[in-house]
Write a protein that binds this ligand. Structure first.
Ligand SMILES: Cc1ncc(COP(=O)(O)O)c(C=O)c1O
Length: 279
């Protein structure tokens, strides 16, 4: 597998980074993950806008946005990908020695890009997934797509060992989002999800759901899903670039509804694939 690092395309096992990369020392970096549909990068501008936001908020001095698309397709080509693929872009602040918390903003950021072939997820998309609920131990700037993800890793591993797809976080009585997804509920025909704030990522797929609901007269509201009320909602689903619209049919071992994806969830899934087809 060939990946890109700072100007070079190399087999992944040949790529090395300095231990003085601030990403390695401090998780001082940001990332984006996107995918193609029909061999076109889906919602590229939205992902680049969010990347710029993450870079601005962390004051990382990277400006070479124009070259990213070319590098992504070069990676896919070098790996002979013939189908749609996903891609990961990571920008760390750069290398500084000795290790100090403060930094000099003249250092050059390090850019890593790789592509992977997408896994088939028919079963999850058609039948839904199980999730667990976990206390949200993350920091208060979840609006930044930071590479500092240990609480997400720990929570998702807990889900994984229980055979679940995702861990969804709560803060006090409020559900925020999943470890790598946004989380939605349906109640009495209304779609709801946590409001945008410093506690969640402004998901690109989340925004598509709002757009599709608004265009199709499906009531949709930014409103916290309440932990104490979790089993009083009718349907649940997760959204994300690789997760797409994935129904949730089990939470902490409790079956939701009749154990099948909800009707409104399926309708939104269908609208989403229609949107993708015409993108
Ligand atoms: C914490 C978190 N929330 C939500 C999302 C979904 O965002 P998007 O739809 O832009 O992929 C992600 C995606 O990586 C994420 O990491």
């Amino acid at each position: 597998m060939i990946a890109y690092y700072n100007g070079n395309y190399l087999p992944v096992e040949k790529i090395s980074i300095s231990p003085f990369d601030r990403g390695f020392l401090f998780s001082d970096g940001v990332y984006e993950a996107l995918r193609t549909y029909n061999r076109k990068l889906f919602m590229l501008k939205n992902h680049l806008d969010r990347l710029k936001y993450s870079l601005e908020q962390t004051n990382i001095n990277f400006t070479e946005f124009d070259k990213l698309e070319k590098i992504i397709f070069a990676c896919a080509e070098k790996n002979n990908f013939t189908h749609d693929f996903s891609t990961y872009i990571q920008i760390t602040r750069g290398i500084s020695f000795p290790r100090t918390h403060h930094y000099n903003n003249q250092i050059k950021p390090n850019l890593l890009i790789y592509t992977t072939e997408l896994k088939k997820r028919e079963h999850e998309l058609n039948n839904g997934v199980s999730i667990i609920l976990e206390r949200d131990l993350r920091w208060n700037r979840c609006d930044i797509k930071s590479i500092s993800l240990l609480p997400n890793v720990m929570a998702n591993q807990n889900a994984f060992i229980k055979g679940c797809y995702e861990a969804v976080f709560y803060r006090d009585n409020f559900i925020t989002e999943g470890s790598h997804t946004n989380f939605f509920a349906v109640k009495n025909g209304k779609v709801i999800t946590a409001p945008l704030s410093n506690f969640i990522l402004n998901g690109v797929t989340r925004n598509i759901v709002f757009r599709l609901c608004n265009e199709n007269n499906i009531p949709v509201e930014e409103e916290y899903i309440l932990l104490a009320e979790i089993f009083n909602y009718d349907e649940f689903f997760l959204t994300g670039t690789s997760t797409e619209i994935t129904p949730v049919v089990k939470i902490d071992n409790n079956i939701i509804g009749n154990g099948s994806p909800g009707l409104l969830t399926k309708k939104i899934q269908k609208l989403f694939y229609n949107f993708v087809r015409n993108y």
